[in-house]
Write a protein that binds this ligand. Structure first.
Ligand code: SIN
Ligand code: FE2
Length: 217
């Protein structure tokens, strides 16, 4: 077994930080999951390249995205939705690697959501200056399953708000290997990411990669 992710950050101790009812930050959780995760991220991106989607209003998103799993999240002029086919390539999204599935399941269970089986993984790539505005994840068919969000690479400030857009948002610093899980009464909380600060991550360079696991279909 290898632990390829975490040579760079041996100072971070795993810890569980509740942030709301049904929501938790699992510090350094991805560190405990055996190897292959970064190689699998690279392979998925090689198969289904990152791209800048367009919002229904016609704006190009600054976060670059791709997907793996049975369903992939999409945005275009027609709206937001999940689709089994990558529209850029005309074929299904790459399958979800075992390393992804295992990490998502174990993180959900550690947060109190045993039995989570994601069918979609959205991969977001942020470069310095990129941000993601406050939004809810609500394009999934049923909101009984949680969202599992894995941070890799450069640190970011994650905004975790309430059920109304105007509710005051907590600011959480997320580092390489941290996992946030939100479900139950927190499933529809607004969240976002502040503009990424510049930096150089020892394993991932000048970027942050986020994996968001959902039960979409
Ligand atoms: C998302 O809400 O889809 C991504 C959140 C993040 O990048 O931490
Ligand atoms: Fe989201």
């Amino acid at each position: 077994m290898t632990f390829d992710l975490f040579d760079a950050q041996d100072d971070v101790e795993p810890a569980t930080e509740p942030i709301a009812d049904g929501a938790v930050v699992l510090r350094a959780f991805a560190r405990a999951v055996p190897g292959g995760l970064l190689a699998d991220v690279t392979a998925v991106i090689a198969a289904a390249p990152l791209r800048h989607l367009v919002t229904p209003g016609g704006l190009r998103m600054s976060v670059a995205m791709t997907n793996c799993g049975a369903l992939g999240w999409l945005s275009d002029r027609r709206g937001y939705r999940y689709d089994a086919v990558d529209p850029d390539r005309g074929v299904p999204w790459p399958p979800m690697p075992d390393s992804f599935m295992r990490l998502a399941r174990e993180a959900a269970a550690a947060a109190g959501f045993a039995g989570f089986t994601p069918d979609a993984c959205l991969i977001n790539r942020y470069v310095p200056g990129t941000k993601l505005s406050l939004h809810q994840d609500r394009d999934e068919r049923d909101h009984g399953a949680p969202i599992v969000s894995v941070s890799l690479g450069l640190p970011a400030v994650f905004l975790f708000g309430g059920l109304k857009r105007t509710d005051r948002a907590q600011r959480l610093s997320l580092r390489h290997g941290d996992v946030v899980v939100w479900g139950g009464p927190s499933r529809l909380r607004f969240h976002g990411v502040l503009a990424l600060a510049d930096g150089e991550h020892p394993l991932l360079g000048r970027q942050r990669i986020n994996l968001t696991f959902r039960r979409a279909g």
